[in-house]
Structure formats: structure tokens, C-alpha cells
Write a protein that binds this ligand. Structure first.
Ligand code: PLP
Length: 373
């Protein structure tokens, strides 16, 4: 059987990874400043994380959600504490798209409405509801056209106030748009959305799948604005590579038996991986590190004359290049062995491990100094 050929691949086969580094089959060493789409939050194969997973697998790897699993309680306790949402409830699933799908479903359960507001250049995942709330014509199939989603421009308060009304089930917005090119919602824009949603009884869903888990220097990107969403979706950095996702649910939303469900969500290995990630984030002060190194990079990147704009918070950074420098990412990979991400048409995305070291941050700056001189 052949693989269904949907991924453009680099001709690199990583066989080993530690911290911010990858090694390929030929023994070449690469600096990973992308973390496989912002997934590697505490560094590749962190010893605490590896031990936790090995020990758990030795005890029990899987059973269904029909039995007591104290690891789920431990994870929700810890997540409540580290995230600053101790009074919220946690529903565990397996990916970012699934988290958004469940959040959209929950909103509709709560207020019985069908319409959703999303934003231009948004990306929320590839399940039916999540993809319909994604503003990218290449990946939205005709099947999804039945969803009642309206896409508004980011940061346009007047347009938003015009569009929000008591027919709207939910507003879904990323903490920082990732795939859309590291676009930040203004704090004041989030405050307006939060206030208006409350007024009309729409639920506010904050998609923190990419921007959450300490990446911006706060646990969630929206926490810079002081708002409290009704639903917060998480995945990527949560498991540092182990597939896991979740929805944080405001205390006033009451569950009933069978309201949501999944076979794999909240399994022992996913819980232990997520717990180990939170422990490392706390014990190694990784959010402070993200703030410090993020500020350092942003300041230095702004010093390059060729770079036309730098955006981001903490270790979620995008910088724009003119068309003449469009080969930069390829050169960084092939000549300097540095992995970065991109957002079309001209943004380079940096999403390294939150445990990045200053010497590693400097390697990028040195490579840029050569390539952009
Ligand atoms: N939401 C955001 C903001 C994302 O960036 C992504 C993935 O890139 C998703 C949702 C979908 O996550 P997953 O690929 O785990 O389904």
C-alpha cells in the first residue's frame, strides 16, 4: 500500500532528538526552531518526560473512559493551578481540531444556536466544524459549506460590533494566529469581543492550540488582555509530541452524562505526558525563559534592515521578508541546518522549545547575519 501523498516533505530523516536538536540518518545535527508546528514545548526527549512515559507504560497504558483514572484528576488539578484557571473543568481529547470541534458543539448545546463568528486568516483544524471555521479555501471542502460561519477582519471593532447579535452561538478566535502568519489580536479587541459575547449570550472560544501552554510567556496568549473566555482549547505543546488535546470549560457550563466523549481522550499515557510537561514548565521556569528569549529575539530581529516586520510574543514569533529574500528558509535549513516554519506568502515562523538556550537563539541570529547581509 502507498501512503496518501498529502505532505510536501524535506529530504531529511530525523533519527534522534534531544532538547532543541535533531540528528538525521547521516549524523547531521539540526537546530529545531519549529518544534514540528509548535509541539515541542519542553525540548525533545526531556529525561523527566521520557521516564514518566516509560514508567507509566510499564504499569498500564490504556483502558477506556468507563473506569476510574486518577491521572485525569491529577492533570486537571495541575493544569488548573499552572494555567490560572483552577475553577474551570477539563475535557480531554486527542488533537487541536477535536478540541475545537467539541468547543463549538458545547457552545451550541449551551445556547441552542447555530451561527459562528470566526476571523479572516484563521486556522482551527481539519475536522468538519473546525475546518469550516478555518479561513483557507484550499482545505475547506464543499461539504463544509453547510456550516453557518461568518469570517470577520481581525482587530476591526466596528465590524465586529455590527456582526455580533443574539443569533450567534460562538465566537472563535486564536490567542495569536499561527498558520495565518503570527497575527496578534489587540488586547482591546479581545476585551470588546468578551464584553459583547456576554451581552448577547454567545460563547467565546479561545483557540490556544498553538499559542497556549506557556509559549507566549504567559500560560495563555489571551491572558495579556485580562479576559476570561467561556471555552479554551489546547493541544500541540500539551503533550510535547504525545497526541493530546483538551477543552477548558467555564464553571457555569454544566456537563451531563454522554454530552461529549472519546475512546482515546485522557488515556494514561496522554495524562502522564501532559503532567510531565507541566512539571517541567514549572520546575524549569520555562515561561520566564520564553519571555526573556522572545524579547531578545524580537529586539535583535528588528535590527535587520531586510526584515520588514517582526510580530509575536514570547517564543511565538513571525518576521516578514521581501520577495528577494524568499529563499531564506531553504538556506537556513540547507546551509545552516536550522529548522524554521513559514506562513505564506512571506513570513518566517519561529516556534522553538520553551527551553531554548541563548546560545541557540544566537545561532539563528548569526545565520541571518550571513544570509541577509
Ligand atoms: N488550532 C490552531 C490554532 C492550530 O494551529 C492548529 C494546528 O495547526 C489546530 C487548531 C489543529 O490542531 P491539530 O492539527 O492537532 O488538529
Amino acid at each position: 500500500m502507498k501512503l496518501f501523498d498529502v505532505y510536501p516533505l524535506f529530504n531529511i530523516e530525523p533519527v534522534k532528538a534531544r532538547g532543541s536538536w535533531l540528528w538525521d540518518k547521516q549524523g547531521n545535527k539540526y537546530l529545531d526552531l519549529y518544534g514540528g508546528h509548535a509541539v515541542i514545548s519542553i525540548g525533545h526527549s526531556h529525561p523527566h518526560y521520557v521516564d514518566a512515559l516509560k514508567n507509566q507504560l510499564d504499569k498500564i497504558g490504556f483502558y477506556s473512559n468507563s473506569v476510574q483514572n486518577p491521572l485525569q484528576e491529577q492533570l486537571s488539578e495541575k493544569l488548573g493551578e499552572v494555567s490560572g484557571y483552577p475553577d474551570y473543568q477539563l475535557f480531554l481529547c486527542n488533537s487541536g481540531a477535536e478540541a475545537n470541534e467539541n468547543a463549538l458543539k458545547l457552545a451550541s448545546f449551551v445556547n441552542g444556536r447555530k451561527k459562528v463568528i470566526a476571523f479572516k486568516k484563521s486556522f482551527h483544524g481539519r475536522t468538519s466544524g473546525a475546518v469550516a471555521a478555518t479561513d483557507n479555501p484550499k482545505i475547506v471542502a464543499p461539504f463544509n459549506a453547510g456550516h453557518q460561519i461568518e469570517f470577520l477582519p481581525l482587530n476591526d471593532e466596528a465590524v465586529f460590533k455590527e456582526a455580533i447579535n443574539s443569533d450567534i452561538a460562538a465566537v472563535i478566535i486564536e490567542g495569536i494566529q499561527g498558520v495565518g502568519g503570527i497575527q496578534l489580536p489587540n488586547d482591546s479587541f479581545l476585551q470588546v469581543i468578551s464584553k459583547k459575547c456576554k451581552e448577547v449570550g454567545a460563547l467565546l472560544i479561545l483557540d490556544e492550540v498553538q499559542s497556549g501552554y506557556g509559549r507566549t510567556g504567559k500560560f495563555f496568549a489571551h491572558q495579556f488582555s485580562g479576559i476570561k473566555p467561556d471555552l479554551i482549547t489546547i493541544a500541540k505543546g500539551m503533550g510535547n509530541g504525545f497526541p493530546v488535546g483538551g477543552v477548558l470549560i467555564a464553571p457555569e457550563i454544566k456537563p451531563w452524562s454522554g454530552m461529549l466523549g472519546t475512546t482515546f481522550g485522557g488515556n494514561y499515557l496522554a495524562c502522564i505526558a501532559s503532567l510531565a510537561v507541566l512539571e517541567v514548565i514549572q520546575n524549569e521556569s520555562l515561561m520566564n525563559n520564553a519571555t526573556e528569549l522572545g524579547n531578545y529575539w524580537i529586539e535583535k530581529l528588528k535590527g535587520f534592515k531586510t526584515i520588514t516586520q517582526v510580530r509575536g510574543r514570547g517564543l511565538m514569533i513571525g518576521f516578514d521578508l521581501p520577495e528577494s529574500s524568499s529563499g531564506l528558509r531553504t538556506n537556513l535549513l540547507q546551509k545552516h541546518r536550522v529548522f524554521t516554519g513559514e506562513a505564506k506568502p512571506n513570513t518566517v515562523r519561529l516556534l522553538p522549545s520553551l527551553a531554548l538556550k541563548k546560545e541557540e537563539a544566537d545561532l539563528l541570529l548569526n545565520a541571518l547575519a550571513i544570509e541577509l547581509s
